[in-house]
Design a binder for this molecule. Structure first.
Ligand code: GDP
Ligand code: MG
Length: 172
């Protein structure tokens, strides 16, 4: 079974931007309008000697907050069930929202390794603002800018620490 790394989080936080950067091609659609990734999108990513399947989640529909929130909940549950590592993405420009807190609660109960990503940390002022996200309680919290790529190398290193070595992988 291949390693699966899933990116979950609210619409518009930058999941698809990070996904495209990590797989090195534009496969996910990025848009300023929330909810533009219609489905789960899979890509292949590797870093050093390790590789994994990356999942960009979306599947949200326009028109109803209830529908998009329930779609997020089900994507979070699928990630808890299937992923080796879960990337929980948040957005420094909005601060912690109620939905972020709810997703964080659900992820904490899921027992999978979580890396909390505070995205859109494009400059030093945002780096200070990002500290509020430690309140979500994840030891693995990284600040990054998916647009500039700042912090993404550190993220790849951290993901790799949760993946089995290649020789183990062959036996799975
Ligand atoms: P998704 O809905 O979570 O998949 O978010 P998208 O990847 O579609 O991005 C939503 C918006 O945020 C787009 O306008 C992106 O260009 C923008 N965005 C993504 N990452 C960053 C970042 O690191 N910094 C800034 N300033 N904007 C970003
Ligand atoms: Mg998207």
């Amino acid at each position: 079974m291949a390693n699966i790394v899933a990116i979950v989080g609210r619409p518009n936080v930058g999941k698809s931007t990070l996904f495209n950067r990590m797989i090195g091609e534009r496969k996910s659609i990025i848009d300023d309008i929330s909810g533009v990734t219609r489905d789960r999108i899979y890509g292949f990513s590797e870093w050093g000697t390790k590789s994994f399947t990356l999942v960009d989640t979306g599947g949200f529909v326009h028109g109803s907050d209830d529908i998009f929130e329930s779609a997020i909940r089900s994507q979070v549950q699928i990630a808890i069930d299937e992923a080796t590592v879960i990337l929980f993405m948040t957005d420094v420009t909005t601060g912690i929202t109620d939905l972020d807190a709810e997703i964080a609660d659900k992820l904490r109960r899921g027992k999978k390794p979580i890396i909390c990503l505070v995205n859109k940390v494009d400059n030093s002022q945002r780096d200070l603002q990002a500290n509020e996200f430690w309140a979500l309680g994840f030891d693995n919290t990284l600040f990054l800018s998916s647009i500039t790529g700042s912090g993404t190398g550190e993220l790849m290193d951290l993901i790799n620490t949760y993946l089995p070595a290649d020789s183990d992988d062959e036996n799975q």
